[in-house]
Design a protein around this ligand. Structure first.
Ligand SMILES: NC(=O)c1ccc[n+]([C@@H]2O[C@H](COP(=O)([O-])OP(=O)(O)OC[C@H]3O[C@@H](n4cnc5c(N)ncnc54)[C@H](O)[C@@H]3O)[C@@H](O)[C@H]2O)c1
Length: 324
């Protein structure tokens, strides 16, 4: 259903965005990647950079005119440009707000002005804040714990307003700890899975913040790609909402560490002896995060195909083969 359509992927040179671009091209869509290459990399799009149906626009979503020219003539937008990371947003809330909130408003406004048929955007499990009930269901959220969470929750509010006020069909996807190929393993804001893999590969001891019992619903990238493509063509009644995107399984950081060590020991036996280092918990982190995925199953036809162990095996294989 996407062959012959034009899809703009904002943040298309990033981790999730580049996997989306690749899959859309495989489905026969024309893909316009809008990215300012701040956290994204050209290496992420190298395998399809010269595809005849792919175009990179190096530009910033903080500039409305850039969004307008990227969206002109397109059918759909998959909005993934943002500054991720809770700690980054605590250190520099202004830039997170400019990109994630003001930039998002430009994306909505450009989508409205260019008559985009549907906008699917990345929200986050961080919007659940300190809500303790488990599993998390979409209608119940707690107090927000970081500027990043505020930015994502604001996205959801603005998207609702644009749908009600202007009839722009929007779907928000609340991602729970996505992992897979092309996720940046380096730097202070790196996500836990690529960070662990990268350090273990070098024989170094990874750090777990807190006692390691905090749990996450880790979600392999293939599941995220699947739900994005489904959300573009799902029934009109499925728009105007947000959906959890996860596997519905909670894994503690201690369990995650043990699993990564076991899988990596198949390649590097010496890794089996590495123990994690423990450091104080980081402010803004959620202690326990498990999703209900019933809503996405019912309304979008989402069905996770990869669970943690197989996703990790594929991810480790990719990192060990690549230069990352
Ligand atoms: N990875 C996760 O676990 C996760 C979880 C929840 C939500 N998300 C959301 O998913 C989206 C994609 O995340 P990711 O993990 O792929 O991160 P990423 O950093 O790899 O990708 C983000 C991309 O956006 C681009 N970008 C940033 N600011 C921009 C700007 N002003 N203009 C144009 N492009 C800009 C970056 O260069 C990068 O290519 C983000 O909205 C993020 O908040 C990710």
């Amino acid at each position: 259903m996407l062959a012959g359509k034009t899809v703009v992927v904002t943040g298309g040179a990033g981790f999730i965005g580049s996997n989306l671009c690749e899959s859309l091209l495989e489905k026969g869509a024309t893909v316009i990647c809008l990215d300012n290459l701040s956290t994204g990399k050209l290496e992420n799009i190298v395998t399809f950079r010269n595809h005849p149906q792919f175009r990179l626009i190096e530009g910033d979503i903080r500039d409305l005119s850039v969004c307008l020219s990227a969206f002109a003539g397109a059918d759909y937008v998959l909005h993934h440009a943002a500054l991720g990371s809770v700690p980054r947003s605590i250190q520099d809330p202004h830039t997170t707000n400019e990109v994630n909130v003001a930039g998002f408003l430009n994306v909505l406004e450009a989508a409205r002005q260019t008559s985009i048929k549907r906008l699917v955007y990345a929200s986050s499990s961080s919007v659940y804040g300190d809500w303790e009930e488990s599993p998390k269901i979409e209608t119940r959220t707690g107090n927000l714990l970081s500027p990043y969470a505020v930015s994502k929750y604001t996205n959801e509010l603005y998207a609702g307003v644009y749908q009600r006020l202007h009839g722009l069909p929007c779907i928000g996807l609340r991602y729970f700890n996505v992992f897979g190929k092309r996720q940046n393993p380096l730097g202070e804001y790196a996500a836990v899975i690529p960070r662990f893999i990268n350090l273990l590969k070098k024989g170094e001891q990874p750090t777990i913040f807190g006692n390691g019992t905090q749990a996450r619903d880790f979600t392999y990238i293939e599941n995220v790609v699947q739900v994005n493509l489904k959300a573009l063509v799902s029934a009109p009644t499925s728009t105007g909402r947000c959906y959890n995107v996860a596997c519905g399984v909670a894994t503690s950081l201690n369990e995650l560490f043990a699993l990564i060590v076991r899988l990596m020991a198949n390649y590097y036996p010496e890794v089996a002896h590495i123990q994690p280092r423990y450091a104080p918990p980081r402010p803004g982190d959620i202690p326990f995060s498990l999703a209900s995925i019933e809503l996405a199953k019912t309304h979008l036809g989402y069905a996770p195909t990869h669970f943690l162990a197989e996703g990790l095996a594929a991810t480790i294989d990719w990192y060990l083969r690549s230069d990352n």
